[in-house]
Design a protein around this ligand. Sequence first.
Ligand code: CTP
Ligand code: MG
Length: 257
Amino acid sequence: MSSSPLHPAPPAQKLGVIVVAAGSGQRLGYGLPKAQVPLGGRTILEHALQGVIESGVAERICVAVPAGDTALRRICARFSGPVPVSAVDGGASRSESVRLALAALGGDSGSILVHDAARALAPPEVFRRVARALSGGARAVVPAVAVVDTIKTAAPSGPDQQGIAAEKVSGTPDRALLRAVQTPQGFDAATLAEAHRKAAGLEPENITDDAMLLEASGEDVFLVQGSALSLKITTPLDLIVAEALLAGRQPKRIMEG
Ligand code: CTP
Ligand code: MG
């Protein structure tokens, strides 16, 4: 959805923003909930909230935190100001945390962004891109980047091959058609709430983003340009990369987009 002098992008509307920060960060292995892990002198949640607020698109923010947490709740209180930041106990899965935050926001009207605290360095411009597409009439919008790896699908290799390898390749999707999707993902709030109600019976580990729930009900999900800076901090290597990005050691090119 690019703009031109003849078709200027509509002004971004103000939105409710959900930040999911209730995960335990098992793969990071830091011994703290991931949103509380330090990155460049502050916590991952503080970076994430700063990005949301700097974008200027948030009317109110609701953060899903681990049940019983006090440290992340204090951060939310500190960031609360002209844009109110509330906290709610998250659930056992990401999708449950989204559902609980949606209920807390009372979001059956307007539009909502759902953002992973783990994508702590997502640039404010990406929030604005998603918000502009929603203002333009889209009901579901996802930031995405091209995939650099060749992706294979895998299947069990069968009893004959088990001594050699447990899996064999079952296909190679055309890389030109693949996109790696990120957050913030933007939705019409009522449509997102309905999609989550319908998904209540699904296995949570099979719900890896919110957009897939809308795809399942035939909704068009539009793609806008994401950013390399929106990497999901998942493993210790990701934390090193994020630290390096913050320390300004990255090539200038990475910072654009
Ligand atoms: N999340 C959440 N509630 C959960 C699980 C995850 O709010 N029950 C959030 C995380 O805090 C994170 C985002 O969803 O911001 C993406 O999840 P992931 O990167 O998997 O984070 P964790 O679940 O914390 O990490 P891990 O899977 O390694 O334990
Ligand atoms: Mg997880």
